[in-house]
Design a protein around this ligand. Structure first.
Ligand code: AMP
Length: 248
């Protein structure tokens, strides 16, 4: 299958130039990925995206990309979101929903999508369900990555991201070939502002309060697929694929 993903369409909210001939492996392909910050959702989304031919759509990436946009190009919603994000707090539901709805073309893509970081509250999940129904779309599954808290903290502190293509590395488990430099595009690697210890504490508290209840929400709708996030990215990926296959 030939698929070209145009991430600018998602990050910048502009019509995309993706080509997708539909699902790659025939397993579930309109997925939401849940799990605490640092659990490895972004890495799994990249691996799943390559295998399933679906785009990795991260709301956090939209907000991070907005930081480097000229101020005049930021929509009011994006500008308002940045202050919340810098403090590690959740962006208000109405703002996030507006930003997601502006990217309707990505959600309607025949190749499907891998939602990472959205929905983040039950109110967002309800609004997302309603919106999907209005578009005659439905979720295939919600993968919930589970990991003990101490492992989560260790993962976050070692995470580094490419400033150019947003590829994700880890100093211990997924180091780049050359320190500080992206293997894929040569961009400079950096630590996200919200991966610093003071922000991580706020994010974990926000996760427990607002996001953890989503497992119950999707469990009640028969969509939840729990997957242990322990081990290497490849092991977790293998487990994810088998769990999705088992649902078919
Ligand atoms: P992430 O990369 O998913 O951890 O997101 C980074 C930050 O962006 C979060 O700490 C929030 O400030 C903000 N954010 C991303 N997605 C959402 C969302 N669905 N709801 C509220 N805030 C969000």
């Amino acid at each position: 299958m030939q698929t070209t993903s145009d991430r600018i369409a998602w990050l910048g909210g502009k019509p995309g130039a993706c080509t997708s001939s539909g699902p790659g492996e025939g397993v579930a392909r309109r997925l939401v990925l849940l799990g605490a910050p640092g659990v490895g959702k972004g890495t799994q989304a990249e691996l799943l995206g390559e295998r399933l031919g679906a785009c990795h759509l991260s709301t956090g990436d939209i907000f991070r990309a907005a930081k480097t946009m000229p101020e005049s190009e930021r929509s009011p919603a994006l500008a308002a979101a940045l202050d919340f994000m810098r403090r590690g707090e959740l962006v208000p539901d109405a703002t996030v929903l507006q930003v997601v709805r502006e990217r309707v073309h990505c959600l309607r893509c025949p190749g499907g999508f891998l939602m990472d970081g959205f929905p983040r509250t039950v109110a967002q999940a309800e609004a997302f369900d309603e919106w999907l129904a209005s578009q005659r779309l439905r979720l295939d599954a919600v993968v919930n990555y589970e990991l003990p808290l101490e492992n989560v903290v260790a993962r976050i502190s070692g995470r580094r991201v490419c400033s150019r293509c947003k590829a994700v590395y880890h100093l211990q488990t997924r180091p780049p070939k050359k320190p500080g430099v992206c293997d894929q595009c040569g961009g400079e690697l950096y630590q996200r502002e919200d991966d610093r210890p003071e922000s991580v504490r706020v994010r974990m508290a926000a996760y427990e309060k607002s996001t953890a209840p989503l497992a119950g929400y999707y469990g009640a709708r028969g969509l939840l697929v729990p997957v242990s996030a322990e081990g290497t990215p490849e092991e977790v990926f293998g487990r994810t694929l088998s769990s999705l296959e088992a649902r078919r």
